[in-house]
Unconditional design. Structure first.
Lengths: 131, 131
DNA sequence: TAGATATATGAATAATTATTCATATGTAGT
DNA sequence: ACTACATATGAATAATTATTCATATATCTA
């Protein structure tokens, strides 16, 4: 079962032809791969998580976000744009104010789920040393 | 309902005291915020997504991953470390080979869910222009 | 134990991205 | 139309992170 499949890799001889072929066949398109990574990337920033978590409690105007999160207006606004571009938040205008809210239930779900996961993992780590 | 809450922000007058206070009160600890962001950050890289997706089909040794994904052994190994450190993959040794697999169902779930979300969103975008 | 192979890793570089600063846009009230 | 305010944005800088290259570690075989 351990045999060299082609000559395009000069260093690895530990190659299982069947596995490699299956994976290559079933691989996602480069485009989808990048889309998925980009999607997660949006959640992978503490500023954006703060904003999203704040919006879990309901819609907020930019000024309130700035106050609540102790950040500059510019930083918040830049990150809101990223969230907007990725359809994680939507907004409506009310006079001079722009009021943001979470775009759909997916966001809500993902946030909750990840928090569960992390708290669970942290907990498990904490109690790992017992007996 | 629109009133200045404190004097620590010199530029924003659009501040809803009640909202700001609630958000501040309900805010997550900085530590948890960073943990959540870091968790997502791990998924936010196309190389790691490729590896994780390949492992959805079953356990694989490093060499097979290198072959399947057309990447250098070093790059794969570095990213496997990140995945290991974040408990997304586990491994066992078999002779010289190190065989990796997904660590738990959470990973599986998150990947599937995100793909659904993205495909759905893409689809929606594609058909958006119709009347 | 020596040599070969599979994987891991440190350091340097390259690429990506968040924040800041300055300024622009848009809206409301006078 | 003018002023003030709320938000957005371009450009520069700072910070983070992925990849590469060279080399180290670990395991098997002779």
């Amino acid at each position: 079962m351990k045999e060299k499949i082609t000559d395009f890799c000069e260093i690895c001889t530990c190659v299982h032809k069947d596995v490699v072929e299956r994976v290559k066949k079933e691989s996602l398109s480069e485009e989808l791969i990048y889309d998925i990574a980009d999607f997660f990337k949006v959640f992978g920033d503490s500023t954006r998580i703060k904003i999203l978590y704040a919006l879990l409690g309901g819609e907020m105007c930019v000024g309130d976000l700035v106050e609540s999160l102790n950040m500059t207006q510019s930083a918040v606004s830049h990150q809101l744009r990223v969230l907007r571009q990725n359809d994680l938040v939507k907004f409506r205008k009310e006079g001079k104010a722009v009021i943001y809210s979470l775009d759909d239930e997916h966001v809500n779900l993902l946030l909750q789920q990840s928090m569960c996961h992390i708290i669970h993992k942290k907990g498990a780590d904490l109690y790992e040393e017992r007996d």
